[in-house]
Design a protein around this ligand. Structure first.
Ligand code: ZN
Length: 292
């Protein structure tokens, strides 16, 4: 597995540069057909899953009103059916805006979704969430089934993994980039133990497409590489925290900070943002010490 990842990483670093420039030049919605009735629509640094049902369309993460209006026009090119369901991947404001563009649609999300709605200065949050769930729910679309699964906090606290078991397609948000570390400054709300757990779970599903809300690329190898990175990070940090916790718990924070200044994971040296590895060591170390 390690060898595959190293080879993959070299290719991905180049792919990531291409992806970044493609996103910068984006002038129209890019639609990829992933399966019968299932599409990925990319625009404005976001990719949304679109599922065409027998009586309506399900849309994931409209993101903001401008993008939502472009998606509405693009969906109308595929079908006369209206968007009847909007699913949120998590609570972050940059993903959940634009629901008002589809006034007839049910908004569906994990039950923690509205925890931060009264702290929304840009007014992006939906006026109301129509359907919430606790651990899992299944949505019958007539053409296929869409499962929503909550495994716990990851990037945020209202995280839904969207899974189409029949098509072997899954959607995650903000848990990895293509062959690059997410910049350290963007990890403020990220639970690395939760992201690691989810990516490892999905890596076991033998997916055909792993849709990542900030990438055009649905290759599941990208998800596998990210899971492997989180595992290698965990394997490097955990023994240090475990030992100091046993011998001198009062020194655990200092030990994590010290490790963040010295740890190298050379297999990822050519990944984008590798220089932010110390931020990951700190986040993983603190997640082990006090959770979150
Ligand atoms: Zn997020």
């Amino acid at each position: 597995m390690k060898r595959t990842i190293t080879v993959l990483a070299a290719g991905l670093a180049a792919a990531n540069i291409i992806a970044a420039s493609t996103l910068a030049e984006e002038t129209a919605v890019k639609t990829q057909k992933l399966d019968e009735h299932v599409y990925a629509m990319s625009f404005g640094h976001y990719t949304s899953l679109v599922v065409q049902g027998a009586e309506g369309v399900l849309l994931v993460d409209p993101a903001n009103p401008y993008r939502a209006s472009l998606l509405r026009a693009e969906i109308a090119r595929l079908t006369d059916l209206p968007v009847t369901r909007i699913v949120m991947t998590h609570e972050h404001f940059d993903h959940i805006g634009g629901t008002e563009v589809f006034p007839g649609a049910e908004v569906i999300a994990h039950e923690n979704i509205d925890m931060f709605f009264d702290q929304d200065p840009l007014g992006l949050t939906p006026g109301k969430v129509d359907v919430t769930y606790e651990d899992r729910m299944s949505i019958g679309m007539g053409t296929t089934n869409v499962d929503l699964l909550h495994f716990g906090p990851a990037d945020g606290v209202a995280v839904s993994v969207i899974h189409l078991p029949q098509e072997r397609i899954a959607v995650t948000a903000d848990m990895y980039l293509d062959g690059a570390l997410t910049p350290g400054w963007a990890l403020t709300d990220t639970n690395l133990l939760g992201s690691r757990q989810i990516l490892n779970t999905l890596d076991g599903w033998a997916l055909k497409h792993a849709v990542n809300t900030h990438s055009h690329n649905t290759d599941p190898a990208l998800l596998s590489a990210a899971a492997e990175f989180y595992n290698d990070l965990y394997d490097a940090v955990f023994p240090v925290v475990e030992q100091v916790n046993r011998e001198n718990p009062a020194g655990s924070v200092q030990a994590v900070l010290e490790l963040s200044r010295t740890l190298e994971l050379p297999e990822y040296a050519d990944w984008g943002n590798y220089e932010d590895l110390p931020d990951y060591v700190v986040k993983m170390g603190f997640a082990l010490i006090h959770g979150g």
